[in-house]
Design a protein around this ligand. Sequence first.
Ligand SMILES: CC(C)(COP(=O)(O)OP(=O)(O)OC[C@H]1O[C@@H](n2cnc3c(N)ncnc32)[C@H](O)[C@@H]1OP(=O)(O)O)[C@@H](O)C(=O)NCCC(=O)NCCS
Length: 199
Amino acid sequence: MRLIGIGRTRPSLQPFHTPRLHAIPPRDVIGYAAAYAGAWDPDALSWLGWPERPQAELVHWLLDVTDLNRDQRSRELPASFRTVRQWRRKNSAFFALIDPADGRCAGAVSVDTRNGEVGGWLAPGFRGSGLGTELFRAGARIAHDQLRLPTARAGTQRTNAPCRRALQAAGFTPTDGPAHHTLPDGRTVEARWYAHQAR
Ligand SMILES: CC(C)(COP(=O)(O)OP(=O)(O)OC[C@H]1O[C@@H](n2cnc3c(N)ncnc32)[C@H](O)[C@@H]1OP(=O)(O)O)[C@@H](O)C(=O)NCCC(=O)NCCS
């Protein structure tokens, strides 16, 4: 198994399997780009509050990266995407969620290495079939097993029903947290908080 170091003082991140997906720290730029493209539709951008407005054609192209075309698409990536550094977030244990059927990226989950805060998304074609539960279970597992954090936390918009239901199905329970959250695009929204304790 390949271990991928993400910093001098942080533990190495190890790939693992959920029942239907593989969780893998991206190895290269196309791995990151395909993972982020899963959140570049209007619905996810609105929940996450990211100001990006990527071209639909590019998003479609990235969501269609599979084991078969990965090497070629990696060579064809726009020059502006070319460094892993531009994608890697400080203090973030980031995993792409891969569909083992064809290597397509189904989504991503990340955990803040300082406070165990879990975030994530599924690409549009993978939503609505219970994979959100696997995603948040994977987040808790990363926090507890890999980062050795006793508590994982997650905050979401009050009105994000799929996210709240998926968190609860994954064993997160309501907890205290700031009532409002300002998103990266400047909107302030009502927040709800959840926590997951290590067994
Ligand atoms: C949040 C997300 C990961 C959830 O994953 P998912 O696989 O789509 O979740 P599901 O569609 O299976 O729904 C999860 C639960 O919400 C319920 N649900 C779905 N849509 C709903 C709606 N509009 N109203 C009420 N409940 C809803 C489902 O019935 C399911 O409940 P159940 O497990 O009790 O049956 C996914 O929707 C996503 O990536 N959304 C965009 C990005 C995002 O919102 N990220 C989280 C930011 S905090």
